[in-house]
Write a protein that binds this ligand. Structure first.
Ligand code: ADP
Ligand code: MG
Length: 714
């Protein structure tokens, strides 16, 4: 087998070997027959070898080779023979070395590296084989020769040759020049020795080659192993990168999970708090439940007692209910009796009653002369409410026969009641509250205020200005009384409802005083119609009928009516004085338990001023209009008087239709109706004429008696 490091191409890989500097011992050089002209330590051999072998070999093979070199048998000293002898002695080595001549360099300084030449991992056992020191000289060859097979037989000293001179002082004695035979014999012996050394060196060389080959194989194996390890490393790195990425992802995931964990922990803490709170609450509730259960037990115990008591009470209640029903019957009977008696009383008082009211002298008005108006006491003395009025009038046109002016003429009038100027609104209402009761009992009631303008009609009906409760007129007081009595009667099973309307009749046209919105103030013309065919009930078209149940609602209606009048007022025409204001309240009562019903209108009428127009006045455009108004008013007031007279005289024809006023009030005047007329008188002397006219008209009315009233019972 060829040795690749001797400069030949590697037959396996076909790659050239590297030239590797190897330090060679001078002994080896000498032994190999390399020229030894350099100093011993400068000998070096450059060996071509594989890169891997170079790396490995530099490190691992240094020592064994050095040792091997030290065991080389030849010493430089032996070579100091004659050139011829050396040539001859070294002939075989020379030949071999020359074959290596191109591969051995002695010039490279790094040849020392050869000292680390092939030895791998201690497997190279170069030192083992040549353990025995090689023979260094002829004297050293001897032991070798002893152990070896007998080499070529040294020819015995032939005759004629001198025997080898004896050893003197350990040194071989030099043969005399003539002893050629002896010298030849020595040379032969030396040659033999050299041949033996060569044989030993060949063996060593072979061993070294084997070691080298083994090392190369190992290097190849290691290279393959390295490549696989590199691949493994690459794969492991890729895995590591992948692992790193996964680690990053996992770290992010871990962070996210930690965050979520934090949130969850917060939630858990909250829930734990909530749980604690609920547990406390539950404990509290349980305690309360226990308490409630205890109470329940107590209550159940007392309940059973109570049930017994209730049973006895029920029996008692049933007995009382029977008594109550009996009493209720009696009460109802009494109520009906009261109504009957009340009505009888009213009839006895007269279905048509006339009250005279004299207003006080207002600030700024001239005080009348004493005795102008007198209020004589009744038959029972001053404690009796006044019913008479005496008015003194001095008539300058009339004279006595002697020519002296006649004294004042007294005019006495008697009415159902006379209210002097100091009478309050409450005093006046007290007298008429009985009539309001009659309206609730189902009898139509109509109350008029008659008199000249400024005599106190509106004051009497609606009240004074400023909203002073003491100044409230008949309308608010009557309605309050109605609501109050209706409430009382509800305890007896009666249910009442009230619907209000408020209209004015001006120049024989009817206008709604409760109009709102665009109709406000305009009033729109209204017509008086029957509620239905064959119905006695009258209704005003285009007028508002407003259900009322309390005083506030009534106040709001009166306020609205005042606003509507103010809008319609003009400078030339104080229309409210020139028109009749009719407040009507439809009262409906029902006793569901007994199937009783009653219904009646309560009418409160503030009549237009009754004053006459002075016939001596020049008639301008305004006066003509005033005259027309006055004629309309006088006509309607005359018709009212005629209607009352016709009713009183029980005439077959009652001229209701002659005026809008009587037509609208016809259900409140005839038959079972109760009528009250206030005649309002001015206390001033200058109004005496009008006062007398009013008093005369009222006296006529007062003389009328309308037939026995019948309640509108169904
Ligand atoms: P009429 O409506 O008849 O035209 P009013 O009711 O408007 O008269 O009364 C005229 C004035 O007299 C008003 O200022 C009113 O306050 C006042 N007056 C009327 N009657 C009384 C009275 N009884 N007490 C006090 N003032 C009164
Ligand atoms: Mg008035």
């Amino acid at each position: 087998m060829k040795l690749p490091f001797f400069g030949e191409t590697d037959s396996d890989s076909c790659k050239p070997h590297l030239i590797m500097p190897v330090k060679v011992s001078p002994d080896i050089v000498t032994h190999l027959g390399i020229k030894s002209s350099l100093a011993e330590n400068q000998w070096s051999v450059i060996i071509q070898r594989s890169p891997l072998l170079e790396v490995k070999g530099n490190v691992e093979l240094k020592r064994p080779l050095a040792k091997a070199a030290s065991r080389l048998p030849l010493s430089g000293r032996r070579l100091k023979r004659g050139p011829d002898q050396m040539e001859e002695a070294l002939e075989p080595e020379k030949k071999r070395t020359r074959g290596l001549g191109t591969r051995v360099s002695t010039t490279h300084p790094r040849a020392a590296a050869l000292s680390s030449a092939p030895q791998t991992q201690g497997q190279t056992t170069v030192p083992k084989a040549p353990r025995k020191p090689a023979p260094r000289c002829s004297t050293a060859v001897a032991p070798v020769l002893k152990t070896q097979k007998p080499g070529p037989v040294v020819p015995a000293q032939k005759p004629g040759t001198t025997a080898a001179p004896p050893m003197v002082g350990g040194k071989k004695p030099k043969r005399p020049a003539w002893d050629l035979k002896g010298q030849l014999c020595d040379l032969n012996a030396e040659l033999k020795c050299c041949r033996e050394k060569k044989q030993v060196l060949d063996q060593e060389n072979q061993q070294l080659r084997d070691q080298l080959q083994e090392a190369q194989q190992q290097a190849l194996a290691l290279g393959a192993e390295r490549r696989s390890l590199e691949e493994e490393l690459t794969r492991v790195r890729a895995q590591a990168e992948q692992g790193q990425r996964e680690l990053g992802n996992l770290s992010a995931h871990v962070l996210e999970l930690e965050e979520r964990l934090g949130t969850q922990e917060g939630l858990v803490q909250e829930l734990q708090k909530e749980q604690l709170r609920l547990q406390e609450e539950r404990t509290g509730l349980a305690a309360r439940l226990g308490e409630q259960e205890r109470r329940l037990q107590t209550s159940e115990a007392s309940l059973s007692d109570s049930q017994e008591e209730v049973a006895s009470l029920r029996q008692e209640a049933a007995a009382r209910e029977a008594v109550l029903a009996e009493r209720e019957d009696r009460l109802h009977g009494l109520e009906m009796e009261r109504r009957r008696l009340h009505n009888q009383l009213q009839e006895l008082k007269g279905n048509i009653r006339v009250f005279c009211r004299v207003r006080p002298v207002l600030p700024g008005e001239s005080t009348p002369s004493p005795g102008f108006l007198q209020f004589p006491s009744g038959p029972c003395g001053p404690s009796d409410p006044p019913t008479r009025l005496s008015l003194s009038r001095s008539d300058e046109r009339r004279g006595t026969l002697s020519g002296a002016p006649a004294g004042p003429t007294r005019h006495d009038f008697s009415f159902d009641r006379v209210f002097p100027p100091g009478s309050g609104q409450d005093e006046v209402f007290e007298e008429i509250s009985m009539l309001v009761q009659s309206a609730l009992d189902g009898y139509p009631v109509c109350i008029f205020a008659y008199g000249q303008t400024g005599s106190g009609k509106t004051f009497t009906m609606e009240g004074g200005p400023g909203g002073d409760p003491q100044m409230e007129g008949l309308i608010p007081r009557a309605l309050r009384h109605l609501f109050s009595v209706a409430q009382e009667l509800s305890g007896q099973g009666w249910t009442y409802s009230f619907v209000a309307s408020y209209v004015e009749i001006y120049n024989e046209t009817v206008r709604d005083l409760l109009a709102t919105g665009t109709r406000k103030g305009q009033g729109g013309e209204c017509e008086i119609r029957r509620a239905g065919p064959g119905s006695e009930e009258l209704t005003v078209t285009n007028a508002r009928y407003v259900p009322v149940s309390c005083e506030r609602e009534v106040e709001a209606l009166l306020h609205l009516a005042r606003q509507n009048r103010a809008v319609a007022r003009t400078a030339q025409n104080e229309r409210s004085s020139r028109s009749h204001s009719v407040f009507q309240l439809q009262i409906s009562g029902e006793h569901a338990g007994r199937g009783l019903q009653c219904a009646a209108p309560l009418s409160l009428v503030d009549l237009a001023g009754s004053e006459r127009l002075d016939p001596g006045l020049a008639l301008g455009p305004g006066e003509r209009e005033r005259l027309r108004e006055t004629q309309a008013i006088n006509s309607s007031l005359s018709t009212l008087g005629l209607v009352i007279m016709a009713l009183s005289n029980k005439e077959s024809h009652v001229p209701y239709r002659n005026s809008k006023l009587t037509y609208l009030l016809q259900n409140s005047l005839g038959g079972s109706a109760k009528m009250l007329m206030f005649v309002n008188i001015s206390p001033l002397e200058e109004n005496v004429s009008e006062s007398l006219n009013s008093l005369r008209f009222a006296s006529k009315v007062n003389q009328c008696v309308i037939g026995t009233a019948q309640a509108n019972k169904k």
